[in-house]
Design a protein around this ligand. Structure first.
Ligand code: FA5
Length: 342
């Protein structure tokens, strides 16, 4: 039996050296290694041997079986690799299209404004999205009992501080960075803060629970309303073209005094009145004003010495206007059909 086994092994290995392709290799497998193949027949005949010879021959047979199977697998791998390499390539076919990523429309607007403001000497700051009640409201002149709290509801973190109050929230605006920046850098100061904000809103085509704003703050001696107006004019002309006009109408924001809404002539109808501007000829784009003395104080600056201007854009709404998007909810929908248009 041992002789037969070793002859079979040698024969298999010899024939393996002559195999030229996968088909003959498979034939060899069938002949020797399949259930009804020569090795299988020998293995089944082991039962006819005496107990002693069966044990010795059985061990040998199993070792040979393993060896031949390994050799077969090795050869198979070699042929498969060669076969893949040998697939003919039709060089006249068009190439596979590469998929490129691209910037989100809000990032495009953000980049455009960042370029403008850095060219005017502003620094760009990032701030925490998880804010304290103090920075988001109280330090911005909106104490706990103030009715202006109703203007911006948000999502509170379900964890009380040591005084038993819920004081962590998702920021409703980028304005808290006004205070943080004054505390950290003092004055003079020129900065913008692009970033994500959150509000507890009933969402509709113009309101999202998550959206982007860009804050601007300038603090120095003798900052006045004319400085604010000129910055806002530059921004409007950069965004909507050199003929764009600005008008400023009073609006209440607790952290500026006086506060106003900056409106630009509609880029689509040039102020004549159309669907985009609801026939007014003007687009409400930016909240702005001169920094309230209490806010300067909260930032650690003396309002008798320093003054400041601040403004805040809704980047999401700007992107809607600029790209003619009629529903704010598209931005975060993850819908590729929407995103691929930019
Ligand atoms: C503010 O948030 C002020 N912090 C802006 C400001 C800064 C005023 C500095 C004065 C000085 P307001 O709540 O109006 O203001 O929001 C500013 C802009 O954010 C809005 O004009 C709008 O474009 C955008 N915005 C507000 N809520 C939403 C929302 N739910 N979805 C999409 N955009 C929103």
């Amino acid at each position: 039996m041992k002789n037969k086994l070793s002859q079979l092994r040698d024969e298999f290995l010899r024939q393996l050296t002559e195999v030229k392709d996968e088909i003959t290799l498979r034939e060899l497998e069938l002949k020797y290694l399949s259930r009804k193949g020569e090795l299988g027949v020998l293995l089944r005949s082991l039962k006819d041997l005496s107990v002693d010879s069966r044990q010795a021959a059985g061990t040998m047979a199993n070792e040979i079986k393993q060896e031949l199977q390994d050799k077969f697998q090795e050869a198979l791998k070699l042929f498969s690799a060669r076969q893949t390499k040998n697939i003919p390539i039709d060089v006249t076919l068009p190439g596979a299209k590469m998929a490129f990523g691209h910037l989100h429309p809000i990032t495009l607007i953000q980049n455009e404004l960042e370029d403008l403001f850095t060219s005017l000497g502003f620094m760009i700051l990032d701030g925490p999205e998880l804010e304290s009640d103090y920075y988001n409201f109280t330090a911005l002149n909106v104490p706990a009992s103030h009715p202006a709290r109703d203007m911006q509801d948000t999502f509170y973190i379900d964890k009380k501080n040591k005084d038993g109050e819920y004081d962590l929230l998702l920021r409703t605006q980028t304005s808290p960075m006004q205070i943080r920046a004054m505390q950290k850098y003092g004055a003079p100061l020129k900065l913008i803060v692009p970033g994500r904000c959150f509000r507890n809103e009933a969402t509709d085509a113009r309101h999202e629970h998550t959206f982007y704003q860009m804050e601007g703050l300038v603090v120095a001696k003798d900052i006045n309303f004319a400085n604010l107006k000129s910055f806002l004019e530059i921004v409007g002309q950069k965004l909507f073209g050199p003929a764009t006009k600005l008008r400023m109408r009073p609006k209440f924001f607790p952290f500026v005094e006086p506060g106003n809404n900056g409106e630009y002539t509609c880029f689509l109808c040039q102020g004549k009145g159309c669907r985009v501007c609801k026939n007014t000829g003007w687009l409400e784009i930016v909240g702005a004003g001169l920094v309230h003395p209490s806010v300067l104080e909260a930032g650690g600056l003396d309002p008798e010495v320093y003054s400041g201007l601040a403004f805040g854009f809704g980047l999401t709404r700007l992107a809607m206007l600029k790209y003619g998007i009629n529903d704010v909810r598209f931005f975060q929908s993850g819908d590729l059909k929407f995103l691929e248009q930019f």
